[in-house]
Design a protein around this ligand. Structure first.
Ligand code: NDP
Ligand code: PYC
Length: 343
């Protein structure tokens, strides 16, 4: 890999080379070829788009999950026959990306025939960002919403004991051109992955992200990890986090973040639970004139950008273009750690 002279202590790697490295690491950890390829696609996409908490750093957390002995390394996801608008995939305690990829064709097909459809993924170890899944659906001209619990790390508004996961919500809307409208965020004030990066770097958290074990506000990542993270936006984020537990846990008959953490039992593996992905076909829902809906959407986006505000994912798409032109930037120390994992 080349040095990125403008970014100190960073190496530049081509997408193909980084994918090959990620696959080598994952195969060495004992994953099947199919899992390694699917996981590497997600992880490299994260690094390419400058999502440091869900890029190649995830190889380290996947290694920890494998060491925990809890994840099934060769699990073949089972896609049940579609019933109406519902597609179910049993990940059989394997990592999630392969389960999503296996369920995707049936979800797209069901959304096209029914107008809207749901993919319920069961018992997957989930370590990734949700936007790659959302983009896989907007690429088919579908709007999409994805929700997943995690481990119980986050206190409800007004409380100080963890109940919720960091529970991301991601949404996508297809647009003309290469880039859909996508947002994807944790319902906690900071993602757990970012808290871990602060802990590794020895830097404090922004104020308002968590409390220590005594319930006192803290910016120390270790103290917050031992206490509780907080939801973003007070009671509003807290309610959204509860919704994710209900919709992507209880509703689909899978674990909440509390149950995921109980199953973990101190192993510090990635969370294990379900995921709910909803897909909507504008061609069916717009009642005959999807082009008018698309025009309304574009007017909305223009009203945002015309005043200098940016759309979500704009930073990510700019990073993608940079990565594709000059190579993907990886912090050198992290790159060396990953190379060592690859043997
Ligand atoms: P961020 O707060 O970094 O970003 C949230 C969203 O807001 C992004 O779409 C981002 O776009 C957009 N955004 C940020 N700043 C602005 C702005 N000024 N104007 C308009 N839009 C803006 O995300 P989080 O740290 O909360 O989450 C990071 C990732 O962690 C997510 O991908 C999520 O899926 C993942 N995660 C996964 C979990 C799991 O259980 N699997 C749990 C929790 C989080 P842009 O990227 O372009 O900045
Ligand atoms: O960053 O909160 C997080 C997270 C949890 C699981 C995967 N990422």
């Amino acid at each position: 890999p080349a040095s990125a002279s403008s970014i100190p202590d960073t190496v530049l790697v081509s997408a193909d080379a980084l994918h090959a490295l990620a696959v080598r690491v994952l195969l060495r950890l004992g994953l099947s070829q199919a899992h390694a390829e699917a996981m590497a696609r997600t992880i490299v996409a994260g690094q390419r788009d400058d999502c440091q908490s869900h890029g190649v750093y995830r190889l380290l957390t996947c290694a920890q999950t494998v060491r925990s002995g809890k994840v099934e390394l060769q699990a073949e996801p089972v896609v049940a026959p579609t019933r109406g608008a519902v597609v179910r995939v049993d990940a059989r305690r394997g990592f999630s990306p392969l389960a999503f990829e296996r369920g995707l064709p049936a979800l797209v097909e069901a959304a096209r025939t029914q107008g809207l459809a749901a993919l319920a993924i069961h018992q997957c170890f989930h370590f990734s960002a949700l936007w790659p899944e959302i983009e896989a659906l907007t690429a088919h001209g579908l709007a999409a919403l994805a929700l997943t619990p995690s481990h119980a790390w986050v206190a409800p508004a007004g409380g100080h004991r963890p109940v919720f996961g960091t529970n991301p919500i991601a949404f996508g809307w297809p647009r003309p051109g290469p880039y859909p409208f996508v947002f994807d965020f944790a319902t906690s004030a900071i993602a757990r992955g970012d808290l871990e990066l602060h802990r590794r770097a020895g830097t404090p958290l922004p104020a308002g992200c968590g409390v220590d074990a005594q319930g006192r506000p803290s910016t120390d990542p270790l103290a917050v990890a031992q206490g509780a993270m907080l939801a973003f936006g007070g009671h509003k984020g807290s309610a959204l986090a509860a919704m994710v537990e209900l919709m992507a846990g209880a509703l689909i008959g899978d674990w909440t973040s509390q149950e995921s953490l109980e199953f973990d039992a101190g192993a510090q593996a990635a969370p294990c639970h379900g995921e709910l992905v909803l897909a909507f076909d504008p061609a069916r829902l717009a009642g005959g004139d999807p082009a008018a809906g698309q025009q309304s959407a574009e007017r909305l986006f223009q009203a945002i950008t015309d005043q200098g505000a940016r759309l979500p994912s704009q930073r990510r798409y700019a990073a993608r273009e940079r990565s594709l032109q000059r190579g993907i930037a990886v912090p050198r120390a992290l790159y060396e750690e990953i190379e060592a994992l690859g043997g």
